[in-house]
Design a protein around this ligand. Structure first.
Ligand SMILES: [Zn+2]
Length: 131
């Protein structure tokens, strides 16, 4: 079990106990988590606070990130060096949206973020070669 610091749309803060961070995401996604003060269903996680058992929360968080990355890597097209171009096309709706991965220099990544394009620099080296 992990303790998560949660907040509702009305900024009420409270703690929730969950089997894992992923379990919280699942329950919050289908509106099983509500604010004890106002019953609001728009619940989000706060960064860990003084009452949180830090190790448990951080372990949960790290597990989440890793599984999200693996998920992303398995369900995305490898566009290799075309990544910045493809990401822009998707952002500006020139092509069908899809998950892509590829390579981009840090300056290209910075430029994409400045244009408001959501990119996630992956720490994992791509296993397959770019096309
Ligand atoms: Zn509330």
């Amino acid at each position: 079990m992990i303790v998560l610091n949660l907040t509702c749309a009305n900024s009420h803060e409270f703690e929730g106990w969950f089997a894992s961070a992923a379990e919280f995401s699942r329950q919050a996604g289908i509106q099983l988590v509500s604010c004890p003060y106002c019953n609001d269903f728009c619940i989000t996680r706060l960064p860990s606070g003084p009452h949180v058992k830090r190790t448990a929360v951080e372990a949960g968080k790290a597990g989440d990130v890793v599984s999200a990355l693996i998920e992303l890597a398995q369900h995305s097209d490898n566009v290799g060096a075309q990544f910045p171009e493809e990401a822009r096309k998707i952002h500006y709706q020139e092509i069908e949206p899809r998950n892509i991965r590829g390579v981009a220099s840090s300056s290209e990544v910075k430029a994409l973020i400045e244009e408001g394009i959501a990119v996630l620099p992956l720490p994992l080296p791509p296993k397959d070669k770019a096309h």
